[in-house]
Design a protein around this ligand. Structure first.
Ligand code: TYM
Length: 329
């Protein structure tokens, strides 16, 4: 049995990238493994959400998580800030994380570009907090999308460094995990890059059918192939990537053949894609709304999750303190 940890920031509604990059794998793992799935609401603070919005954001993401099928009876579902032990491990790990390596992290460089007015210290140490989230439960598998690969490499490095520094074999080195397959990157509808929460290029699990149709029909394409077998442009390749995860394989083949013979009509392809996305998201959207209105259920889930997560986290922190050399008087 593996120990599995993964999290999602509470900075916006969940989109198809979150689902196919991470959640789909959680769902496949939750029954047979010791799984911890959490809402990363400390990580969400790096973008300075308003206090009035913080709780609502967490609640929304929690309801969406559950609506996807994450089962709190099978897995431990919790809120990061309900487990303060993680901040102690974060502090301890920060002692052995070097500024140079943190500055070289791709996500930090991207944040510098995106939010030049808010380059706070927590952005720099973001991978350390993420490592703490993972190793505090001594996880060995972490189902995440491609964009988190470097953070997982750093997590392994921090775990290994701790073990070497204190000459112990305490923390396992966890792997980014996708059932032996490449990690997934779901692109956005704007022609380049990945689907993101704040990029304005996403399809959210909570979008209405009308919103989905509108977004898909507006997706960037090109002027169409002119020679048989022509290579796909990036925006069109992206549409096929999304189609590949939501549509059946006959549909994908139908449009791929049409493309290859230069007969494709992007309007038809988009209509089909929108229909298939709606077929996938609509049952989830309905469940999100049901769950959101059941506050009693949500509070029960987080209270039980916090208790289980704290039991595991406090054991680790106690042992880590001992390894480091803290002793009772
Ligand atoms: P976040 O909230 O950005 O994304 C949550 C999960 O969704 C995946 N994902 C994608 N996968 C494929 N294609 C996309 N376009 C796409 N967009 C997002 C992410 O890879 C991720 O698996 N730092 C993390 C949250 C976190 C965490 C952790 C994850 C904090 N601590 C510990 C795992 C373990 C993040 O910002 O994810």
């Amino acid at each position: 049995m593996d120990t599995v940890v993964s999290g999602i920031r509470s900075t916006g509604n969940l989109h198809l990238g979150n689902y196919f990059g991470a959640i789909k794998n959680f769902l496949r793992m939750q029954k047979e493994n010791n799984c911890y799935f959490f809402i990363a609401d400390y990580h969400a603070l790096t973008t300075h959400p308003k206090p009035a919005d913080l709780h609502g954001n967490i609640k929304q993401v929690l309801a969406e998580y559950l609506a996807c099928g994450i089962d709190p009876d099978a897995a431990t579902v919790f809120i990061q800030s309900d487990v303060p032990e993680v901040s102690e491990l974060y502090l301890l790990l920060n002692m052995n994380a070097y500024v140079g390596e943190l500055e070289r992290t791709a996500s930090f460089k991207e944040k510098i570009r995106k939010q030049p007015d808010n380059i706070n210290a927590a952005l720099l140490t973001y991978p350390v907090l993420m490592a703490a989230d993972i190793i505090i439960h001594k996880a060995n598998k972490v189902p995440v999308g491609k964009d988190q690969e470097q953070h997982l490499e750093m997590t392994r490095k921090f775990a290994r460094r701790f073990n070497m520094m204190y000459e112990v074999n305490y923390f396992p080195e966890p792997d980014a995990y996708n059932f032996g397959q490449q990690l997934v990157k779901i692109p956005g509808l704007d022609g380049s890059g990945k689907m993101g929460k704040s990029e304005g290029n996403g399809i959210f699990l909570s979008d209405t059918p009308q919103e989905i149709k509108k977004k898909v029909m507006r997706a960037v394409t090109d002027t169409g192939p002119t020679t048989p077998g022509q290579e796909l442009s990036e925006p069109v390749k992206n549409l096929f990537t999304i189609m590949n995860v939501v549509s059946d394989q006959d549909t994908v083949k139908f449009f791929a053949d049409k493309y290859a013979s230069c007969e494709i009509r992007y309007g038809d392809m988009k209509k089909q894609l929108a229909e298939d996305i709606i077929k996938f998201t609509e049952p989830i959207r309905i469940r999100i709304n049901d769950i959101l209105s059941d506050n009693k259920y949500l509070s029960k889930v987080v209270a039980e999750g916090a208790e289980k997560a704290r039991a595991s986290a406090s054991k680790t922190v106690r042992e880590v303190r001992e390894i480091i050399g803290y002793r009772p008087f």
